[in-house]
Design a protein around this ligand. Structure first.
Ligand SMILES: Nc1ncnc2c1ncn2[C@@H]1O[C@H](COP(=O)(O)OP(=O)(O)OP(=O)(O)O)[C@@H](O)[C@H]1O
Ligand SMILES: [Mg+2]
Length: 252
């Protein structure tokens, strides 16, 4: 059973709605994400995953609803608590691998030069790119760029990490590596919120929310969601389709 008292929660989303002009991207959405786990946001294209993540990192302001991170209302002063890996990487092609990570470290106000250099080395070793530190970004494969992007997101040691489809385009070995990094971060107390389409990612998460049309249609551990449909051999994909059908019946 998840303890939902506020001091055990990393992220609280309360009745958040968000519109792009007339399009309702998030519809009265509420979620609670416990600390120190990997929490998956699963859903098809256009479900609202990126919109929700952009709200949670403070890039979009919802018209309605409340966000709390680590028990406090989201504010600009909380930037150091947040790591963010966007869906499309935002690396600088004119900088080397190490310079990119160092740039993000500076943005996050790691001012001490030697401390910063130590931290850049640490995160580049974690993602297996220390040997490529002097290469330009253009020389890297897509998967390597994603690893640099992850290094940039974690360089300031944030307690909460938002990763928007971090495993897209990764080969199976690299995807497994990413989940190993995430497990290391979780063991250090970091909460990871990760969006994905793939049920392979979903099985690695401690808890999941299934999103569709800007709403949460189901939430729980992978096992709870599988068991909810009453078949012993059900996959998470089966579970997702089950909740979609249930939602459609409710709307009809
Ligand atoms: N900048 C924007 N302007 C207008 N509409 C937008 C904008 N960004 C997203 N939308 C719309 O909001 C809805 C939710 O989009 P969002 O990007 O949050 O979905 P997503 O779950 O991240 O999808 P994907 O899996 O394709 O990344 C979609 O209907 C999309 O068309
Ligand atoms: Mg998206």
């Amino acid at each position: 059973m998840v303890d939902k008292s506020s001091d055990k929660l990393a992220v609280e989303v309360e009745k958040v709605s968000f519109n792009y002009s007339k399009l309702k991207a998030l519809d009265n959405l509420s979620l609670q994400m416990p600390r120190g786990i990997s929490f998956g946001l699963l859903g098809p294209n256009g479900a609202g995953k990126t919109t929700l993540i952009r709200i949670l990192v403070g890039l979009l302001l919802p018209k309605e609803g409340k966000i709390r991170l680590l028990g406090q209302s989201l504010s600009r002063q909380m930037a150091h608590l947040i790591g963010y890996m966007p869906q499309q990487h935002s690396l600088y092609n004119e900088l080397s691998v190490a310079q990119n990570v160092d740039f993000f470290a500076k943005i996050y106000r790691l001012r001490n030069r030697s401390e910063r250099a130590g931290r850049v080395e640490e995160v580049l070793r974690l993602v297996g790119l220390w040997g490529r530190r002097n290469d330009g970004i253009m020389k890297l494969s897509g998967g390597m760029k994603q690893r640099v992007s992850l290094a940039c997101a974690i360089v300031h040691n944030p307690p909460i990490l938002f990763l928007d489809e971090p495993t897209v385009g990764l080969d199976p070995e690299l995807r497994a590596n990413f989940w190993q990094y995430f497990a290391v971060l979780n063991s250090q107390g970091v909460t990871i919120i990760v969006s994905s389409h793939t049920m392979d990612d979903a099985t690695h998460c401690d808890r999941l929310a299934f999103l569709r049309n800007g709403k949460v249609i189901a939430e729980g551990t992978p096992n709870q969601l599988r068991q909810a449909i009453g078949k012993t051999d059900a996959t998470l994909e089966d579970a997702f389709l089950h909740f979609v059908r249930r939602e459609e019946k409710n709307v009809a």
